[in-house]
Design a protein around this ligand. Structure first.
Ligand code: NDP
Length: 316
């Protein structure tokens, strides 16, 4: 039986509808959540990301501000900008779009963001909050993966979860959220021995690698839930053919754009898995939804109004 497709667009729409209600109620109390997005330079991909984040804020009634320093901005100027946003009362969340230009000390800038306004959840204070199950802000993509699992009623407690990838912004926080939700978690990386064998133990398999179609059917236990975080642009026609030969929709897409977006999971996995997230339309839409959720959560935490039940550090 082919895998159930876990529809990220639908789940993100549900979450956004809930957030819009919450924003309405908070605004009525005089608390309008606000997000500042800092975009340095003119990187087209970053511009697209920031535009979609600002648009999502507008749709949900969240105040947003886009700040666009020139690409020759110095580290000191960025630190001053962040300090100013930290002080401002109408800003609850600060998002510094990465990558920053090479001459800017990105680590220093991210560290300067007040942990209370760190809606990306990258600050070491929030990393500590997550690992010790204290209230705090958790990275958006990992939170999105948890929402997909929970809202799709995939059992987490007691399951074997395997996370491929150990980055600070995706792999590690996903592993921590799964552990906090009582899964037995294995974290794999480029030095893991027998990756397919380890992955095949998983009831829940998370691929956060950044390699198109690397996770093939021999990585997957029949019936497992597979969450594909990867976002890879395939431009090589031979690679495209290996992945999508016979898929008319993809072929059209590739012919029109000369590329197609795919995850880390090979399409053949859909024949083995019990449930799977598509790319595009899986984890991606959740990332923005959870940024909105984090902005509302930050507004509430900072003003002592409690926290959203869907985004606790336990990931429950
Ligand atoms: P990183 O490059 O920071 O991390 C990749 C991880 O994969 C590393 O831990 C690396 O291991 C591991 N890895 C690489 N090659 C192999 C291999 N052959 N076998 C086993 N493990 C391997 O990437 P990110 O975590 O930032 O992102 C991962 C993917 O998720 C990317 O495709 C990115 O575009 C996507 N992404 C998607 C988002 C969304 O909204 N859907 C948001 C953020 C990211 P090692 O540590 O040993 O080098």
């Amino acid at each position: 039986m082919p895998a159930t497709i876990l529809d990220g667009q639908k789940i993100a729409a549900e979450i956004k509808a809930e957030i819009a209600e919450e924003v309405k109620a908070l605004t009525a109390l005089g608390i309008r959540p606000g997000l500042a997005a800092v975009l340095v330079g003119t990187d087209p991909a970053s511009e697209v990301y920031v535009r979609s984040k600002v648009k999502a804020c507008e749709a949900l009634g969240i105040y947003s501000e886009k700040i666009t320093p020139a690409s020759n901005v110095t580290t000191e100027e960025m630190l001053e900008l962040v300090a100013d946003l930290n002080r401002r009362d109408n800003i609850d969340g600060i998002l510094v779009q990465l990558p920053l230009p090479k001459h800017v000390d990105a680590k220093a800038v991210l560290l300067a963001v007040s942990p209370e306004k760190d809606v990306d959840g990258f600050h070491p204070m929030n990393v500590g909050n997550l690992s010790t199950q204290r209230p705090g802000l958790v990275p958006c993509t990992p939170l999105g993966c948890m929402e997909i699992l929970k809202r799709s009623k995939i059992p987490i407690a007691g399951s074997n979860a395997v996370v491929i990838g150990r980055s600070d912004i995706v792999g590690k926080p996903i592993a921590m959220l799964l552990l906090n939700a009582n899964a037995t978690v294995t974290v794999c990386h480029s030095k893991t021995k027998d990756l397919p064998g380890v992955s095949r133990q998983a009831d829940i398999l998370i691929a956060a690698i950044g390699r198109a179609g690397m996770v093939t059917r021999d990585f997957v236990k029949p019936g497992a839930a597979v969450i594909d975080v990867g976002m890879n642009r395939v431009t090589d026609p031979a690679e495209f053919k290996r992945m999508f030969a016979g898929n008319a929709k993809r072929e059209q897409d590739f012919a029109a754009k000369g590329s197609t977006l795919m995850g880390d999971v090979h399409p053949e996995v859909a024949e083995v898995a019990g449930a799977i997230t598509p790319v595009p339309g899986g984890v991606g839409p959740l990332t923005i939804a959870m940024l909105m959720s984090n902005t509302v959560k930050a507004a509430k935490l900072r003003r002592g109004a409690g926290k959203r039940a869907t985004t606790t550090a336990r990931g429950e």
